[in-house]
Write a protein that binds this ligand. Sequence first.
Ligand code: 4AD
Ligand code: MG
Length: 441
Amino acid sequence: MTQPQHAARTIITIEHAGEHVDSTVTIQGWLYNQRESGKLLFPIFRDGTGVLQGVVSQKEQPEAFEALKGLTRESSVIVTGTVRAEARAAGGFEMHISGVEVVHRVSDSEPYPIQPKEHGVDFLLDRRHLWIRTPRQAAILRIRAEVERAARNYMDGQGYTLTDAPVFTPAACEGTSTLFEVNYIDDQKAYLTQSGQLYVEATAAALGKVYTFGPTFRAEKSKTRRHLTEFWMLEPEAAYAHLEDMMQLGEGLVSAVVRSVVKNRPRELATIQRDVAKLEKIVPPFPRVTYDEAIKVLQKAGNPAKWGDDFGGDEETIISKEFDTPVIIHRYPAAMKAFYMATDEQRPELSLSFDMIAPEGYGEIIGGGERQSNYETLLKRLREHNLPEESFQWYLDLRRYGSVAHAGFGLGLERTVAWICGTEHIREVIPFPRMLYRVYP
Ligand code: 4AD
Ligand code: MG
């Protein structure tokens, strides 16, 4: 410990190092890595906001040198030194170290398990609680936070009120095959919510324009790079709104979010080596194709899709390849969409639905549309889908008392962040992913 306790210290975070060139400051973090070169040490520190290379010489700062020499990775340290501009260092600055306080030294007999080399993904996922310390992972999580903040700002700015939906629900929203059943009090059955939609339909009739933003759950048996069993969804819903209103809101929301990330998280985008030029092209309006047209595009590309088929990842990728921005596909066949969808009056075989497909093969980031507002039709659809009528009485009430046209959508947070970050797999964009065979850590 070379830094006297009583000295007045300027404690900074690494992201602000550039504002303190030529002054003496203190950072509180961890030793990320270290290169030793004779009588010089080049430690790299991280503090969650970035990484900063330091330099210390044995001759000039013997105490600091001794404290750092042989120090184990991920030991926690408080380091004082002078910030210098250094073009060759990552981030453009380095610290000439004068004082080091080792807060907790990682034992030599139990070294930090994640080394700066390639590890298998299962090894890393088993140690996700440590893996998130890696600068790339921390940068992704900071971008995720920016996406959440920008999305809320945009919705609030459009006059939408946040109304949180429950997690325990009495029935399915998105089909019964992916429901998580829980043993509720006194052996009552409840289910983890698949979507807050039905509840925001109620709050929309109470408050006008609303949204919910929270975790949703699906017992997805599919093991793809786009599926989690627990994921976050932002779901707007508006009374007196139609399909067209929601397509516009969706493209406004997605482009505002991308703009915010590009503006406010350039360091993180650089850390993960994202091609920012691709993100800068995300400006509304987004191209729109009807389901009918999409089928033609697929057939032209040699895909065997025929009218009435649902689109999987392959089909989505073929269509999105034609564009640099997300693309909106609208008016899917009613038969393949959920029970609550309104149908097109001109062509009742079509639903007033839309999906937004991200570029670069990231797939569907938004699903939504206009809701069935007629009591009799909705009841008929519930019966056709074999859904328990008693559990939906409250939902039918919304069509008994002052029913109006209303519409909304769900934006999948992790799909959106995975696309913005350009990550291989969606599991990297949530702090603790829950997947088919993983609920640890
Ligand atoms: O298209 P989905 O199923 O739509 C709904 O749940 C509607 N009730 C939403 C609404 O209208 N309020 O899901 C919406 C979005 C998808 O576009 C996708 O981005 C994401 O949620 N999503 C998933 N993300 C990760 N893992 C999964 N298993 C997902 N399932 C859906
Ligand atoms: Mg969908």
